[in-house]
Write a protein that binds this ligand. Structure first.
Ligand code: SME
Length: 160
């Protein structure tokens, strides 16, 4: 059994430090990318409150394909450049969306989602996947969340 639940009421930077350390410990000796993405999706859901979806899309050819996640069933394929995820993958830049209804082309997978954070996982200068977090709360994510998930994405780059 693994118990990586975070200590209660942590400052944001410490919460993300513990999340990245837990993800590092869970993935360090495991070469299977699906197993690693599955455990990291579970960790995201355990560590971060107010989420209704947390998981991965992988770049396959010229589109993103759904990977391991926690949440409601989601759209399976997203063309590069479309939606929040496709924009993160095509630009290689984190997308922090305070109100998904105000993001042109946002793809609604769960009608409850109100804000979203998508961070590309970069390898050799190319996005190989994105980490997608959705929240039913408006403006759930801030720059500290973006920095924390970017640290996670860097750590995972060679493990997924
Ligand atoms: N909202 C995303 C699609 C993926 S779901 O949120 C799980 C987007 O616009 O790319």
């Amino acid at each position: 059994m693994f118990d990586f639940t975070p200590d209660g009421d942590l400052p944001q930077s410490e919460l993300y430090r513990q999340l990245v350390a837990a993800a590092d410990a869970l993935t360090a000796d495991e070469p299977d990318p699906v197993a690693n993405m599955a455990n990291v999706a579970a960790l995201l859901a355990e560590f971060l409150p107010q989420l209704n979806w947390a998981g991965f899309y992988r770049l396959v050819g010229s589109e993103l394909v759904l990977g391991p996640f926690i949440g409601r069933p989601a759209c399976i394929r997203i063309p590069l450049g479309q939606g929040v995820c496709g924009t993160a993958a095509s630009t290689g830049k984190t997308q922090l969306v305070e109100d998904v209804h105000a993001f042109p082309g946002h793809i609604a997978c769960d009608a409850a989602s109100r804000s979203e954070l998508v961070v590309p996982v970069m390898r050799g200068g190319q996005a190989v996947a994105v980490i997608d977090l959705d929240s039913p709360q408006l403006a759930r994510f801030d720059a500290g969340d973006a920095a924390g998930i970017e640290a996670l994405a860097r750590m995972l780059a060679d493990r997924i």
